[in-house]
Write a protein that binds this ligand. Sequence first.
Ligand code: MN
Length: 264
Amino acid sequence: MPNILVTNDDGVNASGIQALAAALDAIGAVTVIAPERNWSAAGHPKTLHKPLRMGQVTWPDGRVAFACSGAPSDCVALGLLGAADVTFDLVVSGINSAYNLGTDVIYSGTVAGAMESIINGVPALAISLGGEESGAASRDVAETTAAVIAAEIAGEVLVKGLPAQTLLNINLPRLSRAELRGVLSTRLGRRVYRDVLDKRVDPWGRLYYWFGGEVPTGIAEDGSDIGAVENGYVSVTPLGIDLTSYATLARLEGWHFPVVGSTR
Ligand code: MN
């Protein structure tokens, strides 16, 4: 039976990770190592300046999960380095309580957990569910649906494998299985952020700031993750970790860079 490490960024007691772990029991031996607090939009930290701790919590279903003081990326690093005395075949991160579409993947702690895994050579999935605005199903129904679909895709990953340093970023609208229109393989779409700087004054006259504004929207192009979920589909986007811009690399050949070194 494959060993599966489950993490998230909403925290170890979030409902999404509990549904996910329960569904993954069907295809492997599940170990949960998740952050003790919410790390949403905290990106990909590597905690080096202070110790990391792993406590244990018991979920309502009786499962004992590890609650870690670090970020999702720390949880996965700890797990893959043997903190739970298990060698893992797959890492699954989620179910996040909001979409991770387009450039959200740069900020996402959920995706960072999966990224940490593929950096270390273990295939990974990230799963995110749209918010209330994305569909009419109750959170329970939508999370159970997303968890079962994630487990089915995870089973396929265990059979087929993924190319090195590749993860699957999965997003689903908040719908029941019968309401979902299908599963589409997609590319990252274009998010439109509507951040507004909220500048305030504290009781001592000093300025402080909040990032405010509306929930991000996106351009629902065909073939994109945003287009898929907006049309009621499950979106599956393969993500790599090579951020090189190859088109630019080719163009740089014609540039006059500074001449350095002694062999002129
Ligand atoms: Mn989150």
